[in-house]
Design a binder for this molecule. Structure first.
Ligand SMILES: Cc1cc2nc3c(=O)[nH]c(=O)nc-3n(C[C@H](O)[C@H](O)[C@H](O)COP(=O)(O)OP(=O)(O)OC[C@H]3O[C@@H](n4cnc5c(N)ncnc54)[C@H](O)[C@@H]3O)c2cc1C
Length: 401
């Protein structure tokens, strides 16, 4: 039996970090979270939360506080910039009856359940050193420059795609980031595109570039530009609006793109980034473990990043609770159990990327065929996989894939 509460440092107050913090707390651990930002973020972009995600959210006890915004009686339209439109299948029409939420909705629900977890904002790790039975982490507070070193039984790196924990404990980013040669820009619209009801989705998909408008039940949609390029560095050298207008030109934009660009010009709050998967042989090194995008970023194209962040954090707590005296065994089992699902989602993301943004004229034509088939067949509920079934079962039951 462990004689004292084990201590963990979680780096990152996103979905994976908070899910891990709640999972560890449920396992009886004392948890501290450090977050680089000066305060908790809100808002974000559209997220489709699938069965694995909401089973994990239920298991973490947060589902009751999750504000979902799945639009009722929603339609999705495939449109051209010339103004043609036809009905198609939307992101939330996929099997499994996903919920539509903002990223911030999931984070807000998780935050309410942190309990006595200590959260330190404006703080980052600067060094991680393995010691017997744990790791000593040096952290730096950005406002004062103050540094402190503390020992923890476990360090959880949940600090996203360009994880500092991964760099400190595993190696440089380029060793693990696998570029998908694509860029995305996501932001919230103030107003739906004219002549479309607020709960309708829109897809304007051309070879190598697309615009998606994701609807909600109770607020205006979010927009996503997604385009392919091999020249990632150049995309960051000019203002984002200039780069996007050039990418979606030189043809006339048409009414829909004009409306979305006009809204983009008015917002300061957007995410513009390259798309990368994270590929690692192992997500643990000594007493440091990576969770969420830091460990396995499966990208937005998989539609499962948030769900797997929730599942990963929840399962981490479960396995540490089942193996209180053997942290290494718990981490090893955790990794073995999750890895097959993450591999599968990373493969699926490569296919889905062609649905989001076809890589050329041929895949654009093939995509149209796939979408038409989808339109004719009413999607059935997916049979839940072993991970989803496990998450729906009582605690203290061993997970066997
Ligand atoms: C446009 C878009 C659409 C998406 N759609 C979906 C979808 O439909 N379904 C789905 O399941 N997933 C979707 N995803 C993926 C999903 O949003 C992510 O997988 C998930 O949010 C990742 O959570 P995370 O906690 O691992 O990382 P992050 O969200 O990146 O959080 C990391 C946290 O760590 C903090 N941090 C970073 N560096 C440091 C540091 N050095 N020190 C301290 N703190 C630090 C950050 O400030 C942040 O708070 C989408 C992603 C995008 C970009």
């Amino acid at each position: 039996m462990a004689t004292h509460a084990r201590s963990a440092l979680v780096v990152g107050l996103g979905i994976a970090g908070m899910a891990s913090a709640i999972g560890l707390r449920k396992a009886g651990w004392r948890v501290t979270v450090i977050e680089r930002a000066p305060q908790r973020r809100s808002g974000g972009y559209f997220i489709g939360l699938f069965g694995t995600g909401y089973s994990a959210a239920k298991r973490l006890g947060v589902m009751g506080d999750l504000h979902t915004r799945t639009p009722r009686n929603s339609k999705t339209w495939e449109v051209t910039r010339g103004g043609n439109r036809h009905k198609s299948v939307g992101f939330l029409d996929q099997p499994g009856e996903p919920h539509g939420v903002l990223r911030g909705d999931i984070e807000a629900a998780l935050f309410q359940h942190l309990g006595d977890v200590e959260v330190r904002y404006g703080t980052e790790p600067t060094a991680i050193v393995d010691v017997k039975g744990g790791a000593v982490v040096t952290t730096r507070k950005s406002s004062t420059g103050e540094e402190r070193s503390e020992q923890f039984d476990l360090v959880v790196g949940a600090d996203g795609l360009r994880s500092t924990v991964r760099r400190l404990a595993f190696g440089p980013h380029d060793q693990f980031l696998k570029p998908l040669h694509a860029m995305i820009c996501a932001f919230q619209l103030d107003e739906q595109v004219p002549y479309f009801p607020e709960n309708n989705g829109i897809m304007l998909v051309e070879p190598r570039r697309s615009l998606w408008v994701f609807p909600f039940e109770d607020r205006p949609p979010t927009a996503l530009f997604s385009y392919r390029t091999r020249d990632i560095d150049t995309q960051f050298r000019e203002p984002t609006g200039t780069v996007l207008r050039r990418t979606y030109g030189p043809e006339p934009l048409g009414d829909i793109l004009e409306h979305v660009f006009a809204q983009f010009d008015r917002t300061e709050n957007f995410l513009f980034d390259s798309v990368n998967q994270v590929s690692m042989r192992s997500w643990r090194s000594g007493r440091t473990v990576l969770v969420g995008d830091a460990a396995w970023c499966i990208t937005l194209y998989s539609g499962m990043g948030a769900s797997m962040g929730l599942a990963g954090g929840s399962l981490l707590g479960d396995l540490l609770a089942l193996n209180p005296n053997d942290i290494d065994a718990a981490l090893s089992t955790w990794e073995d159990r999750l890895r097959p699902y993450l591999h599968q989602h990373q493969r699926t993301a490569l296919f889905n990327a062609q649905i989001f943004t076809p890589s050329g004229p041929l895949t654009h034509v093939l995509r149209s065929g796939v979408m038409r088939l989808g339109d004719r067949k009413k999607p059935a509920d997916t049979p839940p996989n072993a991970l989803t079934r496990y998450l729906a079962r009582p605690r203290n039951v061993e997970f066997v894939a």
